[in-house]
Design a protein around this ligand. Structure first.
Ligand code: GAL
Ligand code: CA
Length: 348
């Protein structure tokens, strides 16, 4: 790609030179301007993840916007790693060997970013990780390696605060057995994912820090997935019945899975526990609107896509409207989703 660009540039320079010496300059001006083509390779951990598929749509939309605005052609090649780190490594190798201008990676295993960073550094290619945060040491090894994501702890705290607000308004609607404590279950994302660890910790912390004691009935992973969450929740309903007062879910898809299980169980609506999510996916927002989910924290895929595309094109500039932390990190803030404001998010 680079050498091709160099040839094009040299040819253009040559024709300007010739033109200046031999002919009238109107010849060069009349020639249609050559549009630059930029190649961006994206490798995602799995395409059937609801939030990631939203992000891919947002990346495509952002690329179109930038193309129109900046008179540039962008080829965005998104590949699915199907949860296999070795497949992902091959995809990255492919992008680098074809001299892509930037490579964006949603790591399968976020602890194995080291080799990818090293290869990108050797090829001099900007590398933008997103959503699955690599180890800091790996990022520090290449000036043009970045992480774009969101502050997971913040989303956990927001989830907890949504519950605290609802509890303060009407304690009995949450603490149904009236023992002064909140009996909860926790549906976790993938083990080792920064969002699973921090959302799990900070959601409960916000509740206990507000002076409301909690009582964990059960926790377990459903790997971000709706069907796995339904299966887990079914077991818990069988075991604890209506003792479950709150279902904390590390994302909306698992919250929807828990709601599916509650619906299937035939539990009367007034005995349902409160369910909380994170992401603000379309079906998640609808659940907040219908009241089956109490609230969620908005994971701004569109903003994250903007930062990923901007860094891919201009790795030496901090994208306008974003803050670069520790030279490598962009964290897009979360925001609260409630029944009162969910409609504002539906049309974003
Ligand atoms: C989280 C998101 C989850 C899932 C996960 C994948 O940020 O909340 O729904 O998409 O990323 O890495
Ligand atoms: Ca209780």
């Amino acid at each position: 790609m680079r050498s091709l660009l160099r040839i094009v540039a040299a040819t253009l320079a040559g024709s300007i030179f010739l033109c200046g010496n031999l002919c009238a300059c109107s010849f060069v001006q009349a020639k249609p301007q050559k549009v630059k083509t930029v190649y961006i390779g994206v490798s995602i951990y799995r395409k059937d993840d609801m939030f990631i598929s939203t992000m891919c749509t947002d990346l495509e939309a952002e690329v179109k916007k930038v193309e129109q605005k900046n008179h540039v052609k962008i080829v965005l090649n998104i590949m699915d790693s199907q949860s296999s780190q070795s497949q992902q490594n091959d995809q990255v190798d492919g992008f680098l060997s074809k001299h892509y201008d930037a490579v964006c990676v949603n790591m399968v295993d976020r602890t194995s970013a080291g080799t990818i960073v090293e290869k990108a550094r050797k090829s001099g290619v900007p590398l933008i990780f997103f959503n699955r945060e690599p180890v800091e040491q790996d990022l520090q090894n290449w000036d043009k390696a970045f992480y774009v994501g969101a502050d997971a702890a913040q989303s956990g705290t927001m989830q907890g605060k949504l519950l605290v607000n609802a509890y303060r308004k009407s304690p009995k609607s949450i603490d149904k057995n009236g023992d002064g404590k909140i009996q909860y279950v926790m549906l976790e994302g993938e083990h080792g994912h920064q969002d699973s660890l921090l959302r799990t910790e900070y959601s409960v912390k916000a509740v206990t820090e507000a002076g409301i004691p909690t009582d964990k009935l059960a926790n377990g992973t459903a790997n971000w997935q709706r069907a796995q969450a339904t299966a887990k929740m079914k077991q818990w309903i069988q075991k604890f019945g209506t003792r479950i007062e709150v279902v904390f879910c590390n994302n909306d898809d698992m919250a929807l899975g828990a709601i599916d299980a509650l619906q299937d169980s035939g539990t009367v609506r007034k005995d349902w526990p409160v369910v909380l999510g994170v992401d603000g996916t379309k079906p998640g927002l609808q659940a907040v609107g219908s009241g089956t989910m109490l609230g969620s924290a908005y994971n701004d895929a569109k903003k994250q896509a903007q930062a990923v595309v901007a860094l891919s094109l201009h790795p030496s500039e901090v994208p306008a409207g974003f803050e670069l932390q520790r030279s490598h990190y962009i964290y897009v803030p979360y925001s609260y989703i409630t029944k009162e404001n969910y409609k504002d998010y539906l049309n974003r």
